[in-house]
Write a protein that binds this ligand. Structure first.
Ligand SMILES: C[S@@+](CC[C@H](N)C(=O)[O-])C[C@H]1O[C@@H](n2cnc3c(N)ncnc32)[C@H](O)[C@@H]1O
Length: 184
């Protein structure tokens, strides 16, 4: 189990327009070691797509569709967790990651879409930049989690998976754990 535990809070999802990217943020969160994601204003289809991946490739990973993000932040803080906001305006990840990791507290990692409300910058314990250039919430989240977990997240094994990749230098080999046979 990776420590500290982390959840992602996806803010600013734009109806339909951001469906694919928000789904990718969820998949990145799952694959890079977070325990779940809160999606503000996301459609049920986004949750279904991410849940479907967890069903086939294992979990646990939770997806919660929410409307009220302030409550999530205040509950998180009340339970002793800390808040990290990923933004290109923040402090460089390599300068703060040691502090964040050594706090040994559960992390709520906020990523935005187009524009993040100003108050998030004040609510966050850390405003963290993955470099000071604009790029993508999916990329920012992946790099942050990789720094946080020092690459160990890439070795995670998931419970109750139906499929498992058998690494191969060229071909595609996938073990179907349900049927106990190798396909590819
Ligand atoms: C399309 S970007 C908007 C860029 C935005 N102006 C900002 O504050 O980073 C959407 C989200 O991606 C993340 N993001 C983009 N570039 C980033 C960077 N260099 N460092 C950290 N997060 C970044 C932030 O969470 C941001 O809210």
């Amino acid at each position: 189990m990776l420590k500290p535990h982390s959840w992602v809070l996806r803010l600013g999802h734009r109806y339909v327009r951001d469906d694919r990217l928000t789904t990718h943020v969820g998949l990145v969160a799952r694959a890079f070691g977070a325990s779940g994601i809160y999606i503000v204003g996301g459609e049920v289809q986004i949750k279904e797509s991410i849940d479907k991946v967890s069903e086939r490739w294992g979990g646990p990973f939770r997806v919660e569709l929410i409307e009220e993000w302030r409550k999530v932040i205040s509950n998180w803080r009340a339970q002793g967790g800390i808040i990290v906001h990923l933004t290109m305006y923040g402090l460089l990840v390599s300068d703060v990651i040691e502090d964040i990791r050594s706090a040994q507290k559960d992390l709520l990692i906020i990523v935005g879409a187009e524009k993040v409300p100003r108050e998030i910058f004040d609510l966050a314990d850390y405003n963290v930049a993955i470099g000071h250039q604009p790029h993508s919430e999916a990329a920012a989240l992946a790099v942050f989690l990789d720094h946080l977990y020092r690459g160990q997240e890439l070795k995670i094994t998931y419970d109750h998976s139906k499929l498992k990749i058998m690494p191969h230098s060229r071909g595609k080999k996938v073990l179907s754990l349900e049927e106990e046979k190798v396909g590819g």
